[in-house]
Write a protein that binds this ligand. Structure first.
Ligand code: FAD
Length: 399
């Protein structure tokens, strides 16, 4: 059964109106302070408040909840994702069962086309992609033989370039991956860990869905509405527009759950963990439809953006206008993608060792773990963190 409430019933303490007490007897006291109102923070807040009757304060430095999944109605009344398209997909029943308590769903299978050689072709590469590019029909066997004949032998697969050229050869690598990767990461695929390309499979079928997970649906009324429902609990207070760093001594709490960047927590003691950022250009056009599918990729290096997303495909909204987001990769800006290189993992491990030695602080989510996680993975991680906290509580009470 799904739980639906209307309106934002989240308690908002406005620091500018004096609801934040100083270090006095009236300093508010919480069992948990949670830094970050994204999936990691919101799931833990909900579980601790509703499942364990804990008093929880959630703070986020952004002016809204929902973290990177935040969506909102723009001035034309179109639902858009502020931090780029977020498509929900998972194979985890546990994650679906949990989130279904806070939202209903709308079926949506994401499809992506890539602009290559002046054509729009399915991405990931499938039989249709090959047929369009090479002007003839391909069966699964033809495609396998075609790709095998072009695949380059690579002795040890280390980089993204190795992954791709060893599977599909240099020509398709250059058309689909090299320029896109250089734009996305500011690095050539030969400089990036193999895990980056491992996310982009090639298919010898006509399946043109971007994801193949068993559950592919969008929250019916959007992500922010789902987060409002999660955080709508009398044990939960939420302060948006509040940086954890400015809170020192202002609230009392027994435990801290930190979902921000781990290096920032430790004041960049060992140096900064590198991230790739994006600039999102949001635009609304006075036409009903702009492109055939949710996202069109632009792999050519000459095009400054990597992709265009049209939200109506994702949301199913009927409207006379349409809203798009262009994504321009950047070196500086909000931390979006951890840069997967061995030296960065090494640096992260040094921070992780500090985290392990820090009592009463739990590090959860993509920024605290310096890892690209999909939304469902963060929900699963937060649910298992909750279980661990419950077990620790039970062990303490038994002692
Ligand atoms: P976040 O959502 O980033 O939440 C962390 C929060 O902590 C932020 O709101 C931040 O403001 C806050 N914070 C940080 N430091 C402080 C501080 N000092 N004080 C107070 N608050 C602080 N996943 C999918 O499953 N499907 C997709 O299609 C998809 N698309 C994506 C597209 C893009 C462009 C990006 C960047 C990510 C995408 N993801 C997608 C991944 C998804 O965004 C993450 O899995 C999810 O947002 C992680 O949740 P989180 O709670 O760990 O982090």
């Amino acid at each position: 059964a799904s739980k639906e409430t209307t309106g934002a019933a989240v308690t908002r303490l406005d620091p500018s109106k004096g609801s934040r007490a100083g270090k006095t007897a009236s300093t508010p006291r919480y069992d948990y302070l949670i830094v970050g109102a994204g999936f990691a923070g919101a799931v833990l807040a909900e579980r601790l408040a509703a499942g364990s009757n804990k008093r929880v304060l959630v703070v986020d430095k952004r002016p809204h909840i929902a973290g990177n999944a935040y969506d909102h109605y723009n001035e034309d009344g179109l639902l858009v994702h502020k931090y780029g398209p977020h498509i929900f997909h998972t194979n985890s029943d546990k994650v679906v069962d949990y989130l279904s308590r806070f939202t209903q769903w709308r079926p949506y299978e994401h499809r992506v086309l890539a602009q290559v050689d002046d054509q729009l072709v399915p991405m990931p590469i499938n039989l249709t992609t090959l047929s369009r590019l090479y002007g003839r029909e391909f069966t699964a066997d033809d495609a396998q033989a075609f790709l095998a004949a072009r695949a380059e032998k690579v002795d040890t697969i280390k980089t993204s370039e190795d992954v791709v050229v060893s599977q599909i050869g240099r020509e398709l690598y250059e058309k689909f991956f090299q320029g896109y990767t250089r734009k996305q990461w500011g690095l050539d695929p030969s400089e990036l860990d193999k895990s980056v390309a491992a996310r982009v499979p090639t298919r010898t079928s006509i399946d043109d869905r971007y994801f193949t997970d068993s559950f592919q649906n969008m929250p019916l009324h959007g992500y922010t509405k789902m987060f409002e429902n999660m955080l709508n609990h009398p044990n939960i207070s939420v302060m948006t527009g509040t940086d954890f760093q400015d809170l020192e001594g202002e609230v009392q709490y027994d435990k801290l759950i930190y979902t921000g960047p781990i290096d920032e927590f430790f004041k960049h003691r060992f140096g900064k963990l590198p991230y790739r950022s994006l600039r999102f250009e949001h635009t609304t056009l006075p036409v009903e439809n702009f492109q055939q599918v949710g996202t069109v990729n632009y792999p050519a290096e000459a095009t400054p953006y990597t992709r265009i997303t049209e939200y109506k495909h994702l949301t199913g909204q009927q409207h006379a206008k349409t809203s798009l987001t262009y994504e321009y990769p950047m070196a500086e800006g909000d931390p979006y993608y951890p840069v997967p290189r061995p030296e960065n993992q090494e640096l992260y491990r040094r921070y992780q060792a500090l985290a392990d030695a820090t009592p009463n602080v739990v590090f959860v989510g993509r920024l605290a773990c310096y890892r690209y996680y999909n939304m469902d993975q963060v929900v699963a991680q937060a649910l298992s963190t909750y279980q661990q906290l419950q077990q620790e509580d039970a062990a303490r009470s038994a002692a």
